[in-house]
Design a protein around this ligand. Structure first.
Ligand code: NAP
Ligand code: MG
Length: 501
């Protein structure tokens, strides 16, 4: 029974156009992180057997789907976008209930799915290839895009609708079929997304949904020989494992992984602008963004003013249920994440960093029901400390001071990650130096490390990924299609090209 006394709904997998239970008969609870007693729904605990069925359905649907003209395939995305627009508020509320982020941000997540679907819709009529001159007479050269096959989409919990759509939309328009395993912490948003595609008439088997854990359902997808490509977003640990598994089958794989994103603030920056940016970058989505600001590098002259303003503002951030419009910062996703953040804070103190605000699990009043952690700032964080090096994925900001812009960049780059980065300065030369030398896929100037727009490349360098970029305009070219190169000789005789091939 749910809290309201109503029976808690039992959800199903979607395989070959039918809603079906998991073979195991087992189920997983989807809980509200703002109130751990509230079970939002029960979802299938799928394993290899369900994945086998889903891959079979996806393979069966592939010939017809890949032969469907791309503009026709794209129409489903347009219709899906329209239905998402209609349902945006309802889906955002459900997302906040299962994931915890404040309602406005959840609305932004649904909007990003809409924006992606709308952009990719246009790709159905573009999907440009290349036509080149030939070395020879009466010969025509071109290269165009073919689908890869069956795509395994494996997504994290922090962007429950946006990230799946980043992957599913381009996969579909390119003519692939999909087996989708969402994070088991946000299955309802995945259910809504798949129901939208069902409602707009996407043919059976083209998009299949298998709920369950990474260790069973996810593992079965990455190991299945009938899956041609894995598109994964999640932690660097899982990503490394997936790359290893996929290497055996030479399976194509794209991984978008963790970050340890710095904001550099130079002395000439506008401190009010800095403080607004840091608050949003570090504590938006409770710090649970791959692009979250987790390191703040302050030049000595501006540091005291920024810290005074920042600490004051952080003290006043309001923790609470994301559905409450007064809430600034929602809960963490689950108990594990709460313990993880708590343990990083303890390590930080032990290693000698200075805790200036926050640092505790929040238990006041109704907060005790959920996984709330106080927005936290450490200063005097040294580069060898755990706080500075590891992705915490929570509301914890580490601050260090430096003397020069050069030092700032060197310190910013001293990390195994390379997703997002930012510099605050009004000096145009300094800004360009930072853009050029920050080792990150994304650099913001006078804005925090978060806030990607869907039509630009998204992804990172170093251990943040394996070199691909997502973002509507790029992902389908880089990940979800294969080149077919075609030479058409209409000379009527054997002509030999100059090269050795
Ligand atoms: P995660 O633990 O790596 O999980 C991501 C997904 O992979 C989940 O669906 C998970 O399943 C599944 N999974 C886990 N182990 C697997 C395995 N052995 N085989 C197949 N699938 C497996 O990451 P998360 O905790 O959900 O998300 C947080 C992380 O994602 C952070 O590190 C963050 O930086 C990163 N992230 C990166 C980006 C980016 O674009 N660079 C964007 C957002 C988030 P279950 O969890 O359901 O068991
Ligand atoms: Mg949940």
């Amino acid at each position: 029974m749910g809290k309201s006394g109503k029976r808690t709904r039992e959800y199903l997998n979607y395989i070959g156009g039918k809603w079906v239970a998991a073979a195991s008969g087992k189920r997983i609870a989807d809980r509200n992180p703002a109130d751990r007693e509230e079970v939002i729904g029960w979802f299938p605990d799928s394993d290899e057997r369900d994945v086998n069925e889903a891959v079979r359905a996806a393979r069966e649907a592939f010939p017809e789907w890949s032969a469907t003209p791309a503009p026709k395939r794209a129409e489903y995305l347009w219709k899906a976008a329209n239905l998402l627009i209609e349902k945006k508020q309802e889906f955002a509320r459900d997302m906040t209930r299962e994931m915890g982020k404040v309602l406005k941000e959840a609305g932004g997540d649904v909007q990003e799915a809409i924006d992606t679907a709308q952009y990719i819709y246009g790709e159905g009529r573009r999907m440009f290839g290349v036509v080149t001159p030939s070395e020879l007479r009466n010969k025509f050269n071109l290269a165009y895009r073919r689908p890869v096959g069956v795509v395994g989409v494996i997504s994290p919990w922090n962007f429950p609708m946006a990230i799946p759509m980043w992957k599913i939309a381009p996969a579909l328009v390119c003519g692939n079929t999909v087996v989708f395993k969402p994070s088991m912490y946000v299955p309802l948003s995945a259910h809504h997304l798949v129901e939208v595609f069902e409602a707009v008439g996407l043919p059976p088997g083209v998009l299949n949904l298998v709920h369950g854990s990474g260790s069973r359902a996810g593992e079965a997808i990455i190991r299945h020989p009938g899956v041609d490509l894995i598109s994964f977003t999640g932690s660097t640990e899982s990503g490394r494992h997936i790359l290893e598994v996929c290497a055996h089958g030479i399976k194509k794989v794209s991984v978008e992984l963790g970050g340890k994103n710095p904001i550099i603030v130079l002395d000439d920056a506008d401190e009010d602008l800095v403080v607004e940016g840091v608050l949003w970058g570090a504590f938006g989505t409770t710090g649970q963004r791959c692009t979250a600001t987790s390191r703040l590098i302050l030049q000595k002259g501006i540091a005291p003013r920024v810290m005074d303003l920042l600490v004051e503002r952080v003290k006043n951030l309001r923790l609470g249920d994301g559905l409450d419009p007064r809430t600034d910062v929602g809960p963490l996703i689950n108990e594990d994440q709460l313990k993880r953040v708590e343990s990083y804070v303890k390590t930080g103190i032990k290693e000698g960093a200075r805790l200036v605000v926050g640092g505790k699990v929040a238990r006041k009043g109704s907060l005790a029901k959920g996984y709330f952690f106080e927005p936290t700032i450490f200063t005097d964080v040294k580069r060898e400390m755990t706080l500075w090096r590891e992705e915490i994925f929570g509301p914890v900001l580490s601050v260090a001071e430096i003397e020069t812009a050069e030092e700032a960049i060197e310190l910013a780059n001293d990390t195994r990650y390379g997703l997002s980065s930012s510099v605050y300065t009004n000096d145009i030369a300094r800004a360009f130096q930072a853009i050029e030398s920050l080792e990150a896929g994304i650099t913001y100037v006078n804005a925090p490390t978060i806030g990607a727009e869907v039509h630009l490349p998204f992804g990172g360098v170093k251990e943040t990924g394996n070199g691909h970029r997502e973002g509507a305009a790029f992902t389908l070219l880089e990940i979800f299609s294969e080149w077919k190169t075609v030479y058409i000789d209409y000379s009527g005789r054997l002509q030999k090209a100059q090269g050795i091939d």
